[in-house]
Design a binder for this molecule. Structure first.
Ligand SMILES: [Zn+2]
Ligand SMILES: [Zn+2]
Length: 134
C-alpha cells in the first residue's frame, strides 16, 4: 500500500509505504495555534515516510517539531518522541479508507467545538487512542 500527499501549492510532496494509522483529532493548544482549528492526524513509522521538496521544520516544543511548507504555509507533519511521525490527514491525496478513532487533549479544545461523533475522548494524551491500529 502506498499513500501520497502534498501541501496546498504542491512544493512539498510525500509518500508513505504501508498502512496509515486511523485519524486522531488533537485539540491541544499547539495544534490549534498552528492550524487555526484542531488537527486531524494520521501517522506512520518515520522511516516509511519519504518527503520531497523544501519542507521546513519549526521546533514547537522540547520534544517535537512541526513540518510545514514555507511557500504556502501548509501544515504537514508533527514529529515527536517514538518511532512514528504524525501526518496531517487533510494533506493526503486519498482519505476514503481512513477512519477516525478519537479525540485527545479535549481539555484544551476551543469553546465553539462540539464533539458529537461518538468517538472516544481523552482530556490529555491517551495511548489507547493514539496507538490504535486497524
Ligand atoms: Zn506548499
Ligand atoms: Zn495537538
Amino acid at each position: 500500500m502506498l499513500s501520497t500527499g502534498s501541501c496546498l501549492c504542491g512544493d512539498v510532496k510525500y509518500e508513505v509505504e504501508g498502512p496509515l494509522r486511523p485519524v486522531v483529532y488533537c485539540h491541544c493548544e499547539q495544534c490549534r495555534k498552528t492550524s487555526g482549528h484542531h488537527v486531524a492526524a494520521s501517522s506512520a513509522p518515520r522511516d516509511k515516510v519519504k518527503i520531497s521538496g523544501e519542507l521546513r521544520w519549526y521546533r514547537s516544543s522540547n520534544t517535537a517539531r512541526r513540518g510545514f511548507c514555507p511557500t504556502c504555509g501548509g501544515n504537514l507533519f508533527w514529529d515527536g518522541p517514538g518511532g512514528n511521525m504524525s501526518i496531517m490527514a487533510g494533506t493526503l491525496d486519498d482519505t476514503n479508507d481512513l477512519p477516525a478513532m478519537g479525540h485527545i487533549f479535549v481539555a484544551d479544545k476551543a469553546g465553539y467545538v462540539e464533539i458529537c461523533d461518538g468517538l472516544p475522548q481523552a482530556a490529555q494524551d491517551d495511548a489507547t487512542i493514539t496507538t490504535k491500529v486497524l
